[in-house]
Write a protein that binds this ligand. Sequence first.
Ligand code: PBG
Ligand code: ZN
Length: 307
Amino acid sequence: MLRISPKDLVMPYFVAEGYDRKEAVANMPQIARFSIDNLCKDVQEAKRLGISKVLLFGICPRRYKDRFGSYAYSKKSIIPRAVAEIKRKIKGVSVITDICLCAYTSSGHCGILTKENKINNKKTIKALSKIALVHAASGADWVAPSAMAKKQVGAIRKTLDKNGFQKVKILAYSAKFASNFYGPFRGAADSAPKFGDRKAYQLDYSNGKKALKEIGDDIKEGADMVMVKPALSYLDIIKKAREKFSQNPLAAYNTSGEYALVKMGAEKGLWQEQKIVFEIITSIKRAGADIIITYHARDIAKWLKKT
Ligand code: PBG
Ligand code: ZN
């Protein structure tokens, strides 16, 4: 029998500047943007329920955004401060940080752009490596590059190792599709592209082979865990990755859009939230994911305590 345990789950959090803030996120009921003080309280509560892994996303004030996403790699940036505070206050929580530029660039794209608005891969992986280093130095246990820049995993691994952070692990967003299921997230993180789309760097959903190749490449570059994202429309990819890379830890990301569907259907009385969430999360685990990143994580842990 396949059973979901809080140990399988990662709870994502949006972290914002300020003090005593907890703001609702549009189209993501029960999900908030927390200032660091309130984030710590919520992580503590999640920990008490059995959630021992969190994934942090920073929200960059508009006035700090620029062409290079510089705020992302400042030591005073929101995520380094949040990680340090969680590590200082709460024991036994694994902190994973998202490594991307889209919340920090004025373009809203995941990389640094050339004058022709193409991704400058070299500059991008340099910037991503700097972000990873700053997060590692603040105490992150895992860094999770999500920009889909070429060779981002290898570049980050090298930078971390060179600076004495051999123990910091990499969770690679390896098979990240150009998906319609990220809408609410982009609102929450203020990271929607200001023009164009992400098809130049995220994967084409009609090409499953390419996704498997990306996963293999990331493992070769040193990823400690690889990821398929989104989860539900990509259970076939999860299953194939599980079979092809059977020795490698595998994560799946149950995204904001997938979360919103569940919540909105539940509000309309189409289904019972708890029941449909267990069905969905079990199916992702059944397909082969070891770890599931889901906005339902905290609720699932709560439900499991009651049953
Ligand atoms: C940033 C990033 C995105 C998500 C995680 N990291 C959004 C995107 O690519 O636009 C999506 C998460 C979600 O929808 O829950 N690169
Ligand atoms: Zn991004």
